[in-house]
Design a protein around this ligand. Structure first.
Ligand code: HEM
Ligand SMILES: [Ca+2]
Length: 590
């Protein structure tokens, strides 16, 4: 899509009678058809903070450069294998699904940037990993834990959309990044974020999405462009495409959940077809899509988010209800676009939850061995390795602990990210994210503290209200003034708010995002009217659970009722058939 049309979209007339979401999110808001649509810009809570007011990454208050992102990462984020006491890896992993549904910052190659100039031996082409075509200068020796690449220039790395030619903003106005996905929770990651992609992903028969049959199971279609999508040891290894998101191969557990979503769509479409044989392909597809999206929204708001941002906090902000009826809180004045401070900083805090080791479990939940995640980044061969691998890894999601929300990060992410066996250098995901947040010109930690109702810190000691002393000392070593602290860095060090897995500032940003995502979505599953569910259908949708999804789309026979939460006496393994099931007979049309 050409950038000019993104920046000044022509008025697009909407069909208010249309019962289903568009693929690109347009016309969700009938007054503002582009709100929340794919290929529109992110929004901000506070004005951009570019050094030149336009597009250059920020500098310190006194004009000196900010500390190197890699130096910040290795100073602030040591490693420690602290596990979360309550939640499983599945909670982290569905968090990534949710993130991907809400956005992907489009990266564009600056015209003066030649790959052959930059990809010398010490650098790495990151295409398949981040979806960008840049060479990164943050590469670190894979096993040298204390190596800090001082002297490595801190890249012209993404310049995501920092050229007017590529980003939006008139001349002399600050640049804003572009979101390649719909902002809505509409599973654009499996249905595609525009009409052409949406049609391409479908069989166009019986309401089905394209899939491939192997090992007696349905799989995501294999990629026809493996060098773009994966880094494989052998070109015959699986590498997926044919889903609505280019990041599907990024890590094995992500590919698993994408596969489960695909299977669930096709499972529901099959049932609906049997219940309503007179429905055509389009009707079956759209009704199945609506059912899966409704279940997904229920699972996100009612089952997952309370664990991350606190149940009391969600109730206080009217993000969840105890009502058995409709909620009808759609507010057409709310713009559901994704907030840049949320996507490029606050929600990335949950990278702390990633466990570098993925274990496989048999049906007795006995550990059958594990893999290092860094060996399988953009290389999902482990899913189809053996007949049971997929199921064993899925049980791992439901069994293993995620890591705790704290300042510690797995070395698999900060030193070995994106490596292949034999590689001498790896990447640092956290350094990449710090650099990315600068590239997006986010306002500083101090600015967001103030926005969120904390006092501005005039000196480092003022941070004691939410940050531990030893961490303030580290900040003082790195930054010259409290006004220089990056939002991602300061926010990541805050003490957790009781009941939540984030500190105050990030909680405020993330909560604001999920208010907009809910109230700014005319099709949110708890709304009534022609586009909503009937009340009895809504009661069925509310029975959905992540555990039942795993059961219905794998060979798993027993699971705990809530597989975001570890097995315990309150959450014991039960027979899959004993879990509540969404009764599709309620969709029978007489
Ligand atoms: C194994 C798990 C994960 C891996 C390997 C991973 C890796 C990545 C990578 C490579 C990026 C792009 C970095 C850049 O170039 O800017 C990214 C972006 C992001 N990640 Fe993760 N991530 C994981 C899990 C999560 C989880 C659990 C969350 C939150 C619950 C999360 C939130 C985000 C967000 C919000 C973005 C920005 C998306 C956008 O472009 O709008 N990630 N992650
Ligand atoms: Ca979406």
């Amino acid at each position: 899509q050409n950038v000019r049309s993104i920046c000044s979209p022509p008025p697009s007339p909407c069909d208010s009678a249309s019962k289903y979401r568009s693929h690109d999110g347009t016309c969700n808001n009938l007054e503002h058809p582009k709100w929340g649509a794919s290929y529109t810009i992110y929004t901000r809570l506070l004005p951009a903070n570019y050094a030149d007011g336009i597009s250059a990454p920020p500098v310190a208050k006194d004009g000196s450069p900010l500390p190197l992102a890699r130096l910040v990462s290795s100073t602030i984020h040591p490693t420690a294998p602290v596990e979360d006491k309550q939640l499983t890896l599945n909670a982290m992993q569905y968090g990534q699904i949710l993130t991907h549904d809400m956005g992907v910052a489009l990266n564009t190659t600056p015209p003066d940037f030649r790959l052959d100039q930059c990809c010398s031996t010490s650098r790495k082409l990151l295409g398949p990993i981040t979806g960008s075509k840049y060479c990164f200068s943050i590469v670190v020796p894979k096993d040298d834990l204390d190596f800090i690449p001082i002297g490595f220039e801190c890249f012209p790395f993404s310049r995501t959309t920092t050229d007017h030619e590529y980003g939006c903003g008139r001349e002399n106005e600050s640049v804003q990044q572009i979101n390649g996905h719909t902002s809505f929770l509409d599973l654009s990651i499996i249905y595609g974020a525009n009409a052409d992609e949406g049609a391409f992903l479908r069989v166009l028969k019986n309401g089905l999405l394209k899939s491939e049959h192997r090992l007696g199971q349905k799989w995501l279609p294999r990629s026809t462009n493996i060098t773009r999508d994966c880094i494989l040891g052998d070109p015959k290894e699986p590498c997926y495409d044919g889903t609505g998101d280019g990041r599907v191969n990024q890590n094995p557990q992500l590919a698993i959940l994408q596969t489960i979503l695909l299977r669930e769509h096709n499972r529901i479409a099959d049932r609906l077809g049997a219940i309503n044989p007179h429905w055509d392909d389009e009707r079956t597809f759209q009704e199945a899509r609506k059912i899966i999206i409704g279940q997904h929204q229920k699972i996100v708001y009612y089952d997952l988010l309370p664990l991350l941002i606190g149940e009391d906090n969600m109730k206080k902000h009217k993000l969840i209800y105890t009502s058995k009826g409709y909620v009808n809180d759609y507010d057409p004045t709310i713009d559901p676009s994704i907030i840049n401070e949320h996507a490029a900083a606050a929600f990335r805090y949950f990278h702390t939850l990633i466990n570098g080791q993925l274990n496989m479990f048999n049906e007795k939940r006995l550990n059958e061995g594990g893999i290092r995640i860094s060996d399988y980044i953009v290389r999902p061969l482990i899913l189809e390795n053996r007949r049971t691998s997929f199921d064993d890894l899925t049980r791992g999601l439901a069994t293993q602990s995620m890591l705790a929300a704290d300042e510690y990060i797995s070395r698999e992410m900060t030193n070995k990210f994106g490596t292949q066996p034999g590689d001498l250098v790896g990447l640092d995901l956290i350094a990449i994210c710090i650099q990315r947040s600068r590239d997006h010109g986010l306002a500083t930690y101090n600015d967001l503290r103030q926005y969120c109702g904390l006092p501005r810190a005039n000196c480092f000691e003022d941070l004691l209200d939410v940050i531990r002393k030893e961490n303030i000392q580290k900040l003082e070593e790195l930054y010259k003034s409290p006004d220089d602290i990056d939002l991602l860095v300061g926010g990541s060090l805050e003490k957790l708010v009781p009941g939540a897995r984030v500190g105050k500032t990030f909680l405020c940003i993330i909560t604001e995002q999920f208010i907009r995502t809910r109230k700014g979505d005319r099709f949110f599953f708890e709304n009534s009217g022609d586009i909503g569910f009937t009340l009895s259908q809504l009661r069925e949708i509310r029975k959905a659970s992540i555990s039942r999804w795993l059961c219905d789309n794998t060979n798993i026979k027993r699971i705990q009722p809530n597989s975001f939460v570890q097995i315990s006496t309150e959450n014991e393994l039960v027979d899959c058939n004993d879990l509540p099931l969404v009764n599709l007979k309620l969709w029978k049309e007489w």
